[in-house]
Unconditional design. Structure first.
Length: 321
């Protein structure tokens, strides 16, 4: 093996990598749309686990992998090396490894099953304990990607990830500096609610009460409110007696939700489909639709003038979504 028989200069290796020289010395990709050949992928994977590689070199490798995510990848070679970096003590490297996995999962669905089989949920739980906002943020993004299937959600719960998420929800303040963390946290919790056992467990932990507190303190028309309303809808959906109780509890926020819809409409901020305001309006309407299971809340919505707002929305740019 090359790394057993030879040593290398770490700084020189990084320079050769970043200037593209390394990739040119190995066999080119066999497929036209492929950005990294099997040989190059193997070489980078070995560098990722080599004791001679510095944090800077490993983060440079992560950047190279991220830049190649849009094409076919040799996942079997790369994923173990990236997971190895996710377990390292250096916070900067952990963060880059999480970012790399998030980008790979967006383009390559098999990565989710691969990291699950390699014990990633345990590493995620450990990283959520570290007091570093960037690491927590990208670890939450990674967690959100792993909440889409029953097997993944079960593994997250078994590894203690759900408990760590609840602790984050409890301690994170609604400050501007923590807003992006709360946005991702609310998304993750909402996705986890697709599992009935986790839903019941979360329902017993006063999560809805905390989400409503955060909703009141979140900026009007912002992405945080949108994500919180998504999570609240997940708790209020269905025939469980707790869901019915949550609908009534969330119903106390109807004046705030409907007034926010009115304000966004009057400000004319729905031209862009990917804007924060559009995201907020869509999640508001979906939440209201779920709350409308309750006849009592339907009557309150009518009294608050929701019908007129919905008619205006019908003829707004949002109608094309």
């Amino acid at each position: 093996d090359f790394f057993d028989d030879f040593e290398f200069n770490d700084h020189a290796m990084q320079a050769l990598l970043e200037h593209g020289w390394l990739a040119k010395q190995l066999k080119p990709p066999r497929k036209e749309e492929e950005k990294m050949s099997w040989e190059f992928s193997q070489f980078l994977a070995k560098l990722l686990v080599s004791s001679m590689s510095s944090v800077n070199l490993k983060t440079a490798i992560c950047r190279t992998i991220i830049a190649s995510c849009s094409g076919p990848m040799h996942l079997g070679s790369l994923v173990p090396g990236i997971l190895s970096s996710l377990q390292q003590r250096n916070i900067h490297l952990k963060t880059f490894a999480a970012v790399t996995l998030v980008n790979m999962m967006r383009q390559h669905e098999p990565v989710k099953d691969m990291v699950l089989s390699m014990g990633a949920p345990a590493f995620i739980a450990e990283n959520l304990l570290i007091k570093d906002d960037d690491l927590i943020y990208y670890t939450l993004m990674l967690t959100t990607h792993l909440t889409k299937s029953t097997a993944h959600r079960f593994a997250l719960k078994k590894s203690g990830v759900v408990s760590e998420l609840l602790e984050l929800l409890r301690i994170l303040p609604p400050d501007a500096g923590k807003r992006r963390l709360l946005e991702e946290l609310a998304s993750t919790i909402g996705q986890l609610c697709n599992d009935e056992d986790i839903w019941v467990s979360l329902s017993e932990q006063k999560v809805v009460e905390r989400l409503l507190q955060l909703h009141m303190n979140a900026p009007e028309g912002g992405r945080l409110r949108a994500r919180i309303m998504f999570a609240l809808r997940q708790f209020s959906f269905g025939g469980h007696h707790l869901a019915a109780a949550f609908r009534e509890e969330i119903g106390h926020s109807l004046p705030t939700i409907i007034q926010e819809l009115q304000d966004i409409m009057e400000q004319g901020k729905l031209e862009k489909h990917d804007s924060e305001e559009t995201d907020c309006v869509v999640n508001s309407v979906l939440l209201l639709y779920t709350l409308a299971i309750s006849p009592k809340l339907v009557e309150e919505m009518r009294e608050l003038g929701l019908l007129g707002i919905l008619i205006k929305l019908r003829y707004s740019p949002l109608s094309s979504l």
